[in-house]
Design a protein around this ligand. Sequence first.
Ligand code: F6R
Length: 240
Amino acid sequence: MEVIVCDNYEELSLKAFEIMKKLVTEKPDAVLGLATGSSPVGLYENMIKDHKENGTTYKDITTYNLDEYVGLDRDDEQSYYTFMYENLFSGIDVPLENTHVPYGSTEKECLEYESQLEKVSVDIQLLGIGQNGHIGFNEPGTPFDEPTHIVTLTENTREANARFFEDDINKVPTHAITMGIGTIMKAKKVLLVANGENKADAIHDMVEGEPSVDCAASALQNHPDVVVIVDKAAASKLSN
Ligand code: F6R
């Protein structure tokens, strides 16, 4: 696991962008695993700016997102599909038919998403991390080999996400469909971005803790190519 500590969110986003740009330039038909949430927004802004200013193209890129809430329509303003459209897809030239965001609430829909992923090889999987160490929506206790599945979101995750739902936890969906840790681990490379003091414990447990299902992200210690980009606050509990 390579850990890069940046001074601030802008630097972190730029560093993540450099890795992403290198990949899409060297491999114009790359498969990107993407994440929602606030952590990757700066990276997505850099990708859009670079596309508009320098013409970096995504016309042959394919994308697969990590997760989606159960019970929200695709066009709901809080759905992860809408998030991806507004924060990235509408600002670059990726054909929408090449973009995939999981959707559904049944075992069959989970299997379908997993089998789509089995037909491709994800070149880079972008991740944020939850305060409780979740990646995707793999909450503490999730087995490390699990494929795409339906999860019950923890109180902690729903509280953290209430900021997107008028600060009302009751409006936050209770379930989500998510790539499993087993799915995530198949990506050739993992790029995890995190900022802020509220992520410091999770970053510590992921990087320096014993791999344990108590911290889903600690599974990444067993992946051969992981780059973690954090700001000073998120790195503040690392001993090295
Ligand atoms: C998002 C996802 C989540 C977030 C995590 C951090 O697709 O799968 O694991 O990455 O909850 O969220 P933010 O970045 O909003 O702090």
